[in-house]
Structures are given as structure tokens and as C-alpha cells.
Design a protein around this ligand. Structure first.
Ligand code: HEC
Ligand code: HEC
Length: 291
């Protein structure tokens, strides 16, 4: 009996080691393939290799070939849910695009990566039980952290006290370059009811400058007293947001500002043509801004 148990345990251990060995090989091939496809050079390659060699792509990039167990019932479902959560938390595909073109790098992605590296948080523990090779070693960590520091340096706000390329969060600049005429136009439009269908709603209705840039309501009230589904964030310093809206669906302020005037539960204008027509009737406005 004892022999049987020892024998069984030995087979189980061998089976486990076999799977671990197989996965190690699979991970290496996957990493090599990705590096070949992407043709990185020099320092970029070092960074990409450190990420791919540690299997970060399985849960943080779309369409990566997955290990065999991802097709098993239960284990596969677990993997899919890790991938879903992983993609929501951090996009490696976006980060490695930024390796080639730094203008595509997100400062938020860099900060998240720095944090998980410093705290040895990734990959998640259950993944490491099967993928023994998937944990950034000291050398890889140093290479990644150095690259993060250099990439961050390029976008630190200029002439701003207390910036520090090692820190996750930077101070915002004291001022930004603006065009006076555009500021005047923006100010007028911000308080102009004609952006709304019946003249009653301004940007300022929901983002009041004397109330911290918000309306102090659980959810905003738009045209005809219609209630929106979500809380209005402040407009103060919104120019520095890395994306706009709670879910980041607008890339910047220009992209964001297109939304409210024609949103049926916010300003309720039928179309931009309607809005332009209303402004074209105003001789004063035309003289000043629509030259
Ligand atoms: C098996 C799947 C899996 C692998 C492999 C994996 N991650 Fe993750 N990662 C996740 C999940 C799940 C989350 C979300 C964690 C949470 O919500 O607790 C996450 C979160 C993150 C975050 C965001 C953390 C935050 O605070 O927002 C970063 C950055 C990250 N992972 C980097 C990496 C890196 C770098 C690697 C490779 C060394 C890696 N991950 C490998 C599943 C994975
Ligand atoms: C009826 C209320 C209402 C009006 C009018 C309104 N907003 Fe908003 N605003 C909101 C709400 C609610 C959100 C959040 C929506 C979301 O995240 O889906 C928002 C989001 C924003 C954001 C994003 C801020 C951030 O932190 O992501 C900016 C900037 C903004 N509004 C500016 C404006 C401007 C400019 C106007 C006028 C053209 C305007 N808003 C009109 C309610 C309003």
C-alpha cells in the first residue's frame, strides 16, 4: 500500500514537472516568435524581451496563442477571466507599440508597470505555479525600470518645480501655452445656452466654476429636467487628464467637447447644423468669432 502511494505521488510529481517543462518551452517559443515579428532594436529589444520572456502577453495583449490548458473546462475558464481582468487593468500591446513610437506611450501604463515591478506583483501567483520561468529577475527589472525612467523623462512637464522621473505621479505645470482669442471664445461658449436645444443649458449648468467645476448632484440634470446616468466630474485641470470621461472614451478635450451639445439628455441640440445656424443669426458673435 505504502509503495503504491509513493509510486502514485512520484507519478504525479513527474507529471507536474513534465507540464512545467513543456510550458517553459512553449513560453520561450512564444516570446521568440513575438520578438521576431516585431523587429525591435537595441534597448527596445531588451525591454520587449523582458516582458515577453515573462509571459506578460498572455493576459495583457489580445490574440496571443495560449498554452494547451486554456482549452480545458474549469482551468480554461479561469484563464479567460484572468485575461479579461488583465486586459482591463493594463495593455501590453499598447505599451510595446510605444517602444517603437514613444508618442504612443501612456504615462499611466508606465506608472502601473513600475508599480508591479517594484512590488513583484506580476505575473499573478497561480500562473507562476505552472510557469516557473515567468518572473522578472533582477537584471530584467533594472532594464525595465531604467527604460520607464527614460521614457517618463521625455514627457515631464517643463519648467515645473518638483518633477522627478522616478516617481509614479508628477505635478502638473503651473500654466500652459494658450491662444488668447481661443480662450475668449471658449469662455463665451461655456456660458452660452445656444449650444442647447432650447437655450436653457450651458456647460456651466453642470460644471459650475464656483462649485469646484461640478453640479453637486448625484447625477446631472440636462434639458427638460432629464436625468443623466452618471456623476459629472470636475472640469478643473481636465486639460491634463490622460483621457476624458469616466471610461476614457474621449482622447482629449477637443474630442470630449463634441459630445454634450447633441447628447439628448444633456444639451439636447438636434445637430451641429442647428447649433451653427443659431450662432449665425447673431451679428455680434459673427463679428467677433466667425470671421
Ligand atoms: C495569468 C494572467 C497574467 C499574467 C501572465 C500577467 N498578468 Fe498582469 N494582471 C493580471 C490580472 C488578472 C490583473 C488585474 C489584477 C487585479 O485586478 O488584481 C493584472 C494587472 C496588471 C497590471 C496593473 C496593475 C494595477 O495596479 O493596475 C500590470 C501593470 C500588470 N498586470 C503587468 C504585468 C506584467 C509586467 C506581467 C509579466 C511580467 C504580467 N502582468 C503578467 C493577469 C496577468
Ligand atoms: C447635463 C449636464 C452636462 C452638461 C450640460 C455638460 N456636461 Fe460635461 N459632463 C457631464 C457628465 C455627467 C460627465 C461625465 C460623463 C461620462 O463620464 O460619461 C461630463 C464630463 C465632462 C468632461 C470630462 C472630465 C473628466 O474628468 O473626464 C469634460 C471636460 C466636460 N464634461 C466638459 C463639458 C463641456 C465643455 C460642456 C459644454 C460643451 C459640458 N461638459 C456640458 C455633464 C454635463
Amino acid at each position: 500500500m505504502k509503495k503504491l502511494i509513493i509510486g502514485g505521488a512520484a507519478i504525479a510529481v513527474l507529471g507536474y514537472l513534465g507540464v512545467v517543462g513543456y510550458l517553459h518551452q512553449f513560453d520561450k517559443e512564444n516570446a521568440t516568435q513575438l520578438l521576431m515579428e516585431n523587429r525591435y532594436t537595441g534597448e527596445q529589444e531588451k525591454v520587449a524581451k523582458a516582458l515577453f520572456d515573462n509571459s506578460c502577453q498572455y493576459c495583457h495583449s489580445q490574440n496571443t496563442p495560449l498554452p494547451f490548458y486554456s482549452k480545458f473546462p474549469i482551468v480554461g475558464d479561469q484563464m479567460q477571466s484572468d485575461i479579461q481582468n488583465g486586459l482591463r487593468a493594463f495593455r501590453l500591446d499598447r505599451l510595446v507599440e510605444g517602444l517603437k513610437d514613444p508618442s504612443k506611450l501612456s504615462q499611466a501604463d508606465l506608472a502601473k508597470l513600475q508599480r508591479v515591478l517594484e512590488n513583484n506583483e506580476m505575473p499573478i501567483a497561480k500562473f507562476r505555479h505552472l510557469h516557473w520561468g515567468s518572473k522578472p529577475d533582477e537584471q530584467e527589472k533594472v532594464a525595465l525600470l531604467n527604460w520607464i525612467r527614460e521614457a517618463r523623462k521625455m514627457s515631464l512637464p517643463k519648467e515645473t518645480p518638483n518633477v522627478d522621473a522616478d516617481r509614479l505621479v508628477q505635478p502638473i505645470p503651473d500654466s500652459i501655452a494658450t491662444d488668447e482669442a481661443k480662450v475668449a471664445l471658449g469662455h463665451d461658449l461655456y456660458f452660452d445656452g445656444r449650444l442647447s436645444g432650447d437655450g436653457s443649458i450651458q456647460c456651466h449648468t453642470c460644471h459650475q466654476l464656483d462649485k469646484g467645476g461640478v453640479d453637486r448632484l448625484d447625477t446631472s440634470t440636462g434639458i427638460d429636467g432629464k436625468k443623466g446616468p452618471i456623476n459629472a466630474p470636475t472640469v478643473f485641470n481636465a486639460a491634463f487628464n490622460f483621457v476624458q470621461f469616466w471610461d476614457g472614451r474621449a482622447a482629449d478635450l477637443a474630442d470630449q467637447a463634441k459630445g454634450p451639445p447633441t447628447n439628448p439628455v444633456e444639451m439636447g441640440s438636434h445637430s451641429w447644423d442647428d447649433i451653427v445656424a443659431r450662432f449665425e443669426m447673431d451679428e455680434e458673435f459673427k463679428k467677433e468669432f466667425l470671421k
